[in-house]
Ligand binder design. Structure first.
Ligand SMILES: [Zn+2]
Length: 319
């Protein structure tokens, strides 16, 4: 699970349940306790159950069912496949931890001022100080304290979730001289948290360029940069893009930009923002599947699509 945005974890519980030997990989920047706390108020959230199930799961050989990774963590190390986390960076982990601690402190402060307000109301009520006309003022006092409490909690939840800089990015090398793929989640363009930082990051130095890239952050221009393509991606690589419907990503201009650096672009569903809702029934097409398989015989990726997934037709061939 790359990070706590729903577009990156929805229905992950199905995969987790169906694959009993699967391990849940989380970002180091989001502690298990922190992640659980976000959803503790809402146990109906699918993530709440998955986090519990994953931390209770034991894999063969006493391996834990859940691990937390950061830049340089080994995710899998075998002759046939070596997977390494390239993100989040250490700076992202440290700064996110401080940011989240600040948000939690505000929740604690809001909670105690709500308690103080409740105690004060009890005091004046017991002392019979409140005349019936002022009863509304007392209710307002409590309501205001509760509002600030709810606001602080919403901010803390949002703060925990909106951490694209904490995304887990994974580099997979299928054999020492075989192809590589980079799954870049919602990784960011940033000199401490993102692609620019990784150029001089020693712990990912052994990870080479890849011939397949899951384009970061739905192809958004904001999180694209030369350092990403120059450091990590072979010329003419296969690019996979997942749309983000509410922002209409990727835009045509994003596709044109990605086209300059890749050999083919495959998208899991159209970028359209439009939803097809009639009488409360949502018939908007679901996101499709892009499947990439490496052929040792031809040393090429073979791509297949399912549902609304498609390949972008290229107007100008890759130089
Ligand atoms: Zn996303």
């Amino acid at each position: 699970m790359t990070h706590l945005h729903m577009d990156h974890y929805k229905a992950i519980w199905r995969v987790h349940e169906a694959c009993q030997k699967a391990r849940l990989i989380l970002s180091s920047a989001l502690t298990e306790a922190g992640a659980l706390k976000v959803y503790a108020q809402r146990p109906e959230n699918e993530l709440y159950g998955t986090l519990h199930a994953a931390s209770a799961r034991q894999l063969p050989g006493n391996e834990p069912g859940m691990i937390r990774v950061h830049c340089g963590s080994s995710v899998r190390n075998a002759a046939a496949c070596r997977a390494t986390a390239i993100a989040p960076t250490h700076a992202a982990c440290n700064d996110a931890e401080a940011h989240i601690a600040g948000l939690a402190a505000r929740v604690i402060e809001a909670r105690s001022s709500k308690d103080r307000a409740a105690a004060r109301v009890r005091e004046i009520t017991n002392a019979g100080e409140v005349d019936p006309d002022a009863a509304g003022t007392v209710a307002d006092l409590l309501q205001a304290a509760d509002d600030s409490m709810q606001k602080a909690m919403a901010e803390a939840e949002g703060g925990l979730r909106d951490e694209n800089r904490c995304s887990v990015g994974i580099h997979v090398q299928f054999s020492p001289d075989g192809p590589g793929a980079l799954l870049a989640a919602d990784m960011v363009s940033h000199d401490q948290y993102g692609w620019q930082a990784l150029v001089s990051e020693n712990c990912v130095q052994p990870c080479g360029k890849v011939s397949l890239l899951k384009v970061p952050h739905h192809g958004s221009e904001r999180n694209d940069c030369g350092e990403l393509w120059d450091r990590w991606v072979d010329a003419g690589a296969v690019a996979l893009v997942a749309p983000f419907r509410s922002s209409g990503l990727p835009r045509d201009s994003d596709i044109a930009r990605i086209q300059q650096r890749s050999g083919s672009i495959w998208q899991a569903a159209p970028s359209s923002r439009a939803r097809d809702v009639v009488d409360g029934t949502d018939s908007t097409p679901k996101t499709g599947i892009v499947q990439a398989r490496w052929s040792h015989a031809t040393s090429t990726w073979t791509l297949a699509t399912d549902g609304p997934a498609f390949r972008h037709r290229v107007s100008t061939p890759h130089p």
